[in-house]
Design a protein around this ligand. Sequence first.
Ligand SMILES: [Zn+2]
Length: 314
Amino acid sequence: MRKCLAALLAAALLLCLAGCAQQPVQSGTGGLEIVTTVFPAYDFARQIAGERGTVTLLVPPGSESHSYEPTPRDVLRLENCALLFCNGGESEAWLEKILEGRDREIPTLAMLDCVQALEEETVEGMQRVYEEPEEDEGPEYDEHVWTSPANALLICQALCGRLCEADPAGAEVYRANLAAYEEKLEALDRAFREAVADGRRDTVIFADRFPARYFTEEYGLRYYAAFPGCADDAEPSARTVAFLIDKVRQEEIPAVFTIEFSNGKMARVIAEDTGCKILSFHSCHNVSARELEEGVSYLELMENNLRNLKEALA
Ligand SMILES: [Zn+2]
């Protein structure tokens, strides 16, 4: 009997693994429907909406956030939501296709619009992986705005304003949630400032793609990296690797960074050659299914980044 039950459970689990994989990730059971595209938006929305919201994350955990294809179910969800809280920018061009030609204009807030947007930049030694944009295409903005906690604060403030508009009866709750979260973001921001002030150096090296432009800008850090942004999966050239190895040696850098979901190959080559450590910097752009299940948060990921940064600046 017990064996039979176990087999049944296992079968059910397998079925669910196959069939439930496409289930959108959701948090909360409140009446205010908020649809988000990427993890930071999802986490900020559940912090500020609290128990009054139901927050959905469209881009599935562990998948490539820069080239997502929406499902029909996503479209339905958007149709009925009180707010679409997205990133904005090039990698969400797929959203525009959905938003066009709706009967109802879907209320939308983009994180990129809440902050001073910065263009992607090519620093010395960095390898471009795509063609320079045509002049009339306009500047290419870095989309990872939330990597600066100061920006996260601005984003949450804007979000709170929109939630209050959408659901005035909940305004007091949203403002209280914001106030509590603001305190945590401000503490995080102070901790980063202290870490940078106490550091022996002001240069970080990403042996990887570089999604931390807003972060380094906020805290006055210099950086070297292999590639700009975090969308493109290209092989580094021997020249790029050699440049970073030279930098590690010249400046006696104790550790290089890799980002989440990276194969870490380049970092290993550099570490083997120079003896430096490899540390992780989580851009928070996307988390794994397991991390989501364990309830990982932006704050937690950034606190890990803080610990690693201290080590890299020592
Ligand atoms: Zn990214």
